[in-house]
Design a protein around this ligand. Structure first.
Ligand SMILES: C[S@@+](CC[C@H](N)C(=O)[O-])C[C@H]1O[C@@H](n2cnc3c(N)ncnc32)[C@H](O)[C@@H]1O
Length: 317
């Protein structure tokens, strides 16, 4: 892959975790919709720490949901620049389209042919860069930033502490590095589904934890990080290290899009948990995910979504 390539020249994606991220676009989009209230609260809290006309880097931006909130926050504070970065061109395309639309709501996608923003849209500039966040040259490939945001991506990199060090080198003195990592696993199913053995969701989460261990072990050159995220931020030289969490809470029957999200979420857990679940649990999942089954989850009115996103942040002295 050509490093730091600007987005108009697509290159094939490369990550270290053996995950087909492009295949997860629908899941990431659905999650962005349901995460919106939590993301808006997090973006407002982080934007309050920024100087005038800041540069915000969204590393491992996925479908771009969080940066739509950064874009609105910057527009409300007289503008700035958002730089979207991801190793998966398909996701970066979607993120750029979505964030431009949020940054310039009056103008649809708001880009002139050739990818240049229209003159009236100069207030929030949106750029997209393909890059591997494990690249040691990362600080040379990306612009200096006032906020470096990396949500649910550092744990996919071989050396997480080294990656946090690189993120710290990108942020300007006085700027903020913020990682969304950890938090609470999302729950969406009642304990007794009326089919299979009760407690399926607890077993799915245990299977997912096993998958996660295997995912980390499968990364070439993976380096253990046997301490928590705030300690990692301190070791990278950041000061004023602190954490907070935002609740994702959609009680049943939930908003439009909830069943769609739950379908993607359970499909992913079914794939991850295949080797760790009983035949009975696999059959229950298959029935829940089958639109032709009387037990199809899309027919239920008792699905919900409850979880938490945790943000760990620190300031570069
Ligand atoms: C779990 S998704 C998180 C997306 C988004 N930040 C969010 O929180 O919804 C992980 C993202 O990191 C990207 N990614 C994984 N490994 C990467 C790497 N080595 N360099 C750059 N991006 C990477 C994937 O393409 C994907 O978009």
């Amino acid at each position: 892959m050509n490093r730091g390539q600007v987005f108009n020249e697509p290159v094939s994606g490369h990550t270290h975790d053996h995950i087909d991220w492009a295949d997860r676009l629908a899941l990431l989009r659905a999650a962005d919709t349901l995460d919106a209230p939590a993301h808006a609260a997090i973006a407002a809290r982080l934007a309050a720490k920024l100087p005038a006309n800041p540069t915000v880097l969204d590393l491992g931006c996925g479908a771009g949901g969080m940066s739509t909130h950064f874009a609105r926050a910057l527009a409300a504070q007289n503008g700035g620049t958002i730089v979207l970065v991801d190793a998966t061109p398909e996701l970066l395309h979607e993120a750029e389209r979505t964030v431009r639309a949020a940054a310039h709501p009056g103008n649809g996608h708001a880009a002139l042919p050739g990818g240049h923003p229209a003159a009236a849209d100069a207030m929030v500039e949106v750029r997209a860069i393909v890059a591997d966040l494990a690249d040691q040259a990362l600080p040379d490939l990306l612009p200096a930033a006032d906020l470096v945001w990396a949500s649910r991506v550092v744990h996919h990199l071989p050396d997480q502490q080294a990656a946090i060090g690189a993120l710290t080198a990108i942020v300007r003195p006085g700027g903020v590095v913020a990682l969304a990592e950890g938090g609470l696993s999302f729950s969406c199913l009642p304990w007794d589904l009326g089919l299979g053995r009760p407690g399926l969701e607890d077993r799915l989460q245990a299977a997912q934890a096993e998958w996660f261990v295997g995912m980390r072990e499968g990364i070439d050159g993976a380096v253990p990080m046997p301490y928590g995220w705030p300690v990692a931020l301190e070791r990278a030289g950041l000061a004023e290290v602190s954490s907070f969490s935002a609740l994702v809470d959609h009680p049943a029957p939930g908003p439009d899009g909830l069943a769609d999200y739950v379908h993607h979420h359970l499909s992913r857990l079914a794939t991850h948990g295949a080797d760790h679940l009983s035949d009975e649990d696999r059959a229950t999942l298959a029935a829940l995910l089958d639109p032709g089954s009387p037990h199809y989850l899309g027919n239920r009115r008792d699905l919900f979504l409850l979880g938490a996103r945790t943000v760990h942040h620190g300031r570069r002295p």
